[in-house]
Design a protein around this ligand. Sequence first.
Ligand code: SAM
Length: 396
Amino acid sequence: MAKIIVDAQAARAIGKGAMIVFKKGVVRVEGTIKPGDIVEVYTRGGKFLGKGFANPNSNIMVRIVTKDKDVEINKDLFKERIKKANEYRKKVLKYTNVYRMVYGEADYLPGLIVDRFNDIASLQISSAGMERFKLDVAEAIMEVEPEIETVFEKNTGRSRRREGLPEIERVLLGKEKYRTIIEEGKAKFIVDMRGQKTGFFLDQRENRLALEKWINPGDRVLDVFTYTGGFAIHAAIAGADEVIAIDKSPRAIETAKENAKLNGVEDKIKFIVGSAFEEMEKLQKKGEKFDVVILDPPAFVQHEKDLKPGMRAYFNVNFAGLNLVKDGGIFVTCSCSQHVDLQMFKDMIIAAGAKAGKFLKMLEPYRTQAPDHPILMASKDTEYLKCLFLYVENMR
Ligand SMILES: C[S@@+](CC[C@H](N)C(=O)[O-])C[C@H]1O[C@@H](n2cnc3c(N)ncnc32)[C@H](O)[C@@H]1O
């Protein structure tokens, strides 16, 4: 087995609980490695730090799976960890049949994400090592949760391409099934595994539910980047009279319309397929104002090198959004970019508020991703979602 020797900084990070070794922390490689090989990680002084999956072509050179030299990386280990992750969601967090079952390194399963939607598990693999074990993983999921009859693999997207993995979207194991209906509070949503991510953005569940208490009967609401109608449908159920929901994906909006019907709120929501920037500009030109505006954009900063243009995009979209909120209205703004930390996000909103001439007050403590996407204290990479609920007043 090849050995990866890391510098003191990387060794310290692993000692504190990090499960990732970045290329920049690697001092040398002893032996040859191919993507997906199992390797051992050592300090310069020869101390064993962990064992995991290597990918010489990726910026993340090793994803540590175990810190115990004697533990074998095999199906039994994955099953034990999936079982533990599943129990955490059910026994500690009290989720029942819809939840993120596995969240990568936060569940000591680097490169693996599994979302459960009733009897379907939708998985995403982003490491060459985990890819080798995907059938074992699918079998383990069904053994741990026998109610799951389908394991769908949603193996698409940038992270796959970065690891040099092919893009695949299909039922990996079990019944050919792609769709199910889930419940979220009083709302119901169709989840189609062939949609974006694993099919649904479970990370915003608690934030969508939190929106309901801030909606007053008769409100006008704008939900920008609505996907399949998430925040918009909760707003309509909570009593909003008129909701405008925008997304650039025609497929997402088609499902959003089905979701509105499913919840009996189709008369309250107007869906628009279009660019958020252009549609918000049109609304502003018409002088439209809303009691509540929600912005949940895609990650504008995918890599650290994109910080500058990405932060500009956040600023522009937030400035446009703030201009559409009534004096005394509510602004819900989110960022799912892992490279943008809370302080950067706050600084951006403060700047957008100042330019728009608005005072901003926090209505709720800082919100983040749902707890079934656990934040591993020692790993900055596991914390990504920021969501602020703000009260907006005009500066005079
Ligand atoms: C993070 S998701 C939103 C999730 C949604 N709020 C929910 O609760 O399910 C981001 C959405 O933005 C959409 N999107 C990306 N770029 C866009 C753009 N320029 N204009 C409008 N929508 C865009 C994507 O299609 C995706 O549905």
